[in-house]
Design a protein around this ligand. Structure first.
Ligand SMILES: Cc1cc2nc3c(=O)[nH]c(=O)nc-3n(C[C@H](O)[C@H](O)[C@H](O)COP(=O)(O)OP(=O)(O)OC[C@H]3O[C@@H](n4cnc5c(N)ncnc54)[C@H](O)[C@@H]3O)c2cc1C
Length: 435
């Protein structure tokens, strides 16, 4: 093999990168690492851009960091400003590459992307690497994944399943091939700045005020965030604080880095286990493992059910979904008149982040109180969330809509009760101007 294209997708890191290591181990003489920027002009059926300014900015920051790390290894990142199905076949022809290696993503569009590359004659090798647990080690074939999360958890814990240790970052990479055409040699910083566009101004009220150190995209920032989270002993209090609404420390805030792949879940868990070895286990440290298993569960659900998760009915039997465009607009602009929901939607739009508690409340309100299409809500979250993750977003929306695997058949959260439990003083609603 003379040249391999390594296509970075949602795995923008060098540590714990089995796919990259497999590409290097293939005996290739040359490696060309490449990232294809998402199509920023894509519009959803609901009339707004698929990828909003927060996500563009976070993604660009993660790519910028990766570009720096790769150039330290003398194997620079090539940035393609077109979708992979267009960019990669042309690039492969230009540098006479015969193989593409990348992570596997088990969602319909991402799989179609790989199929369209194969249809051009490219040899594409995909490797699964985004979950904590290796699906091949589960106590059942993934097509027999338990229908209920608690059953999944119980059985995983019963057999004592553990993830394998994270891999170190490579110390060296094969060199670039000769003759990469000049039109591909974009300055990464300039190309990424153009993609990011005008980053929204940082909002001091944000629970994740990204955009300046230490909250930058990329693996260096991810690993130092993880380090400080553990060094400050925060896992111990996680279970008590995780339903918080204001400030950085109520939950781990690992998700924005997990979503771009700048942080590997195995690395996060390995360091958490190191923390437990030193400081002892606690309800809080256990609960972080529990939540990471939710993340895995939604991934395995995709391996199990595939495109069925993208039907209106999901895994349920209800083929229709009501929709009220005016109510949807009120919801997404934070003007429903429901103070907790409006505050949440204002936070999401202003900052690109929202606590898990308020994601649940806001999603429930759209579906169960405003009688709107859950897919419109999922698309709005996809537009904004820095930590947008196809598996977790789809899985959680289906769960609340009662079209996933929830044994209780959908979740309605009473916003008044949620406000009195989680925002008893009204501080959160005042922060976002709704009380
Ligand atoms: C409607 C809805 C949509 C969501 N969309 C996304 C999404 O696009 N991307 C995303 O990463 N999470 C999503 N979540 C899950 C959850 O809200 C976030 O993972 C969490 O708020 C991220 O903040 P954190 O890292 O501080 O989480 P923590 O509370 O510190 O949890 C630690 C990690 O566990 C995982 N985790 C926690 N809760 C969940 C959960 N319910 N489902 C899956 N994984 C979980 C995440 O990887 C998280 O980083 C969604 C939840 C809801 C209700």
């Amino acid at each position: 093999m003379s040249t391999v294209l390594f296509w970075f997708r949602n795995d923008l890191r060098l540590h714990d990168q089995p796919a990259l290591q497999a590409a290097c181990a293939s005996g290739t003489r040359h490696l060309l690492p490449v990232v294809c920027l998402p199509d920023e002009h894509q519009v959803t059926p609901w009339g707004f851009a698929r990828i909003g300014a927060h996500r563009r900015s976070w993604w660009a920051s993660a790519c910028q960091s990766l570009a720096q790390e790769l150039s330290n290894l003398r194997c620079p990142l090539l940035i393609c400003m077109a979708p992979a199905r267009i960019a990669l076949p042309a690039l492969a022809r230009a540098v006479e590459a015969d193989h593409v290696v990348c992570e596997a993503i088990a969602a319909p569009e991402e799989e179609a992307e790989v199929e369209s590359l194969r249809a051009t004659g490219l040899n594409v090798r995909t490797l699964w690497q985004s979950s904590l647990l290796d699906p091949a080690t589960l106590p059942w074939p993934v097509r027999q994944l338990p229908h209920v999360f608690t059953q999944f958890l119980k059985e995983v814990e019963h057999v004592g399943l553990r993830p394998s240790a994270p891999l170190p970052a490579p110390g060296a990479l094969p060199p670039w091939p000769q003759g990469v055409p000049a039109r591909y040699l974009l300055d990464p910083a300039g190309a990424l700045a153009a993609f990011a566009g005008h980053a929204p101004a940082a909002d001091a009220r944000s629970a994740f005020p990204y955009g300046a150190p230490p909250l930058l995209g990329g693996e260096a920032a991810a690993l130092s965030h993880l380090e400080q989270y553990l060094a400050r002993g925060l896992p111990t209090q996680y279970k008590r604080t995780r339903n918080g609404l204001i400030g950085l420390d109520y939950s781990s805030k690992w998700s924005p880095w997990l979503a771009t792949g700048a942080l590997s879940p195995r690395r996060a868990l390995a360091q958490l286990r190191g923390f437990e070895a030193e400081h002892g286990t606690s309800d809080g440290s256990y609960w972080l493992w529990f939540e990471l298993l939710w993340r895995d569960y939604f991934r395995f659900l995709h391996l199990r059910h595939g495109g069925a998760l993208y039907r209106v009915r999901g895994l349920g039997s209800e083929h229709d979904t009501p929709h009220d465009p005016a109510a949807f607009t009120a919801w997404r602009t934070g003007r429903t008149g429901q103070p907790l929901v409006d505050a949440a939607m204002r936070e999401l739009a202003a900052t690109g982040y929202l606590s898990n508690r308020l994601r649940q409340v806001a999603a429930s309100y759209l579906i169960h109180d405003l009688a709107c299409d859950w897919r419109a809500g999922a698309a709005w979250f996809e537009h904004h969330l820095l930590d947008y993750d196809v598996y977790s977003n789809q899985g959680n929306w289906l769960y609340i809509a009662g079209r996933g695997t929830d044994p209780r058949g959908g979740r309605r959260f009473d916003p008044e009760r949620q406000a009195s439990t989680y925002d008893p003083s009204g501080a959160y609603r005042r922060l976002w101007g709704t009380a």
